[in-house]
Design a protein around this ligand. Structure first.
Ligand code: TYM
Length: 333
């Protein structure tokens, strides 16, 4: 039996290179080897209160970008989280085994509280419980995600194991964060600090839908400095970030060439950024053109979403039925 993979991306808009290299690239590679479920986490995106119009538009956009990145709906199940309401029932059960202290200690939660002190809702607090339910719903063992999600995977294992202990069963499996490289990926932003993410602003993100010209402009404006003044100096964060991006989109030779120039204090950031931008344009070009083609095919998008909902519901219904039985929820009439 093939191992099961589950992963998702929130529907907060268009996907950026962090989503692409942190998660989506691995989704595409995993589909031949595993039984894969890739979904659009529209329920998770409700924590930030999108307008109804934005919500449905962004869900569709993520479906389009999944397909454009190369997920094959015949091999993998692509579905929208809210099309499988069983997950919300499992979320309720799992909430009974998730303790306030551990939820409050989650790094992602603390970051959100710091960044948006006026919107500390309980959906945000229990975000890891819903995420665990997404994974446990299909008994996944591998979860392709970026580095920022590692802690949520640890919590998923905690909740699943706690359920098993409480009911004295060996029901939920342990799931681990997965990447094809030896480490989980963290794609930095263009703004000089932190990871690429929508919350850091559009200028920090390169989106898969950005045109070649937009990519060039964003990269040329990326934060840098006046350049190294001593041989073999360590790089400040903003410069290291640009090198990290180059490691992802450029060849090893190109990277080595600019590393040498930096070490010898001969680097010209204009040339460095130009090369980085061209390699980014090249790396994203195939996805960009497929996004345009798929966007025009409404019928195909609908078919994919419907097919995914049916396949995901089958496995979800079975799990919820079994969980009810384990818990002792029975129809008494
Ligand atoms: P979201 O939408 O915040 O991120 C989606 C995926 O993109 C990865 N990612 C990055 N990876 C590397 N560098 C970055 N700068 C970067 N930015 C984003 C994230 O690690 C993630 O893999 N909570 C999930 C959504 C989710 C989920 C799940 C994932 C809900 N349920 C169940 C797996 C399994 C999230 O981070 O969404």
């Amino acid at each position: 039996m093939k191992e099961t993979v589950v992963s998702g991306i929130r529907s907060t808009g268009k996907l950026h290179l962090g989503n692409y290299y942190g998660a989506l690239g691995n989704f595409v590679k995993m589909q031949d080897e595993y039984n894969c479920f890739f979904f659009i986490a529209d329920l998770h995106s409700l924590t930030t209160h999108p307008t109804p119009g934005d919500l449905s538009r962004t869900v569709k956009q993520v479906v389009i970008e999944y397909l454009a990145a190369g997920i094959d709906p015949e091999k993998s199940t692509i579905y929208v989280q809210s099309d499988v309401p069983e997950v919300t029932e499992l979320y309720l059960y799992m909430n009974m085994n998730a303790y306030l202290g551990e939820l409050e200690r989650a790094t992602a939660f603390k970051d959100k509280v710091r960044d948006n002190p006026d919107n500390v809702n309980s959906g945000l607090l229990t975000y890891p419980v819903l995420m665990a339910s997404d994974i446990l719903l299909h008994h996944a063992t591998k979860v392709p995600v970026g580095k920022d999600q590692e802690q949520h995977l640890e919590m998923t294992r905690t909740f699943g194991n706690r359920f098993n202990r409480l009911y004295n069963v060996d029901y939920f499996k342990e799931a681990f964060a997965f990447s094809y490289s030896d480490k989980l990926v963290k794609i930095p932003g263009l703004d000089g600090n932190g990871k690429m993410g929508k919350s850091n602003g559009d200028a920090s993100c390169v989106y898969l839908t950005d045109s070649a010209d937009v990519i060039r402009k964003k990269v040329m404006r990326a934060v840098s400095d006046s350049g190294p003044t001593e041989l073999n100096q360590p790089k400040p964060e903003a410069i290291q970030n640009l090198f990290d991006l180059m490691r992802v989109v450029s060849t090893a030779d190109t990277l080595a060439h600019f590393e040498d120039l930096y070490a010898n204090c001969n680097i010209r950031y204009g040339d460095f950024k130009k090369q980085l931008a061209e390699d980014m344009v090249l790396a994203t070009e195939p996805v960009r053109s497929r996004i345009e083609d798929i966007t025009n095919d409404e019928e195909y998008i609908k078919k994919v979403i419907q097919m995914g909902a049916e396949k995901a519901s089958e496995s979800a219904r079975k799990t919820v039925r079994e969980v009810r039985e384990i818990i002792g929820i029975k129809k008494l009439y």
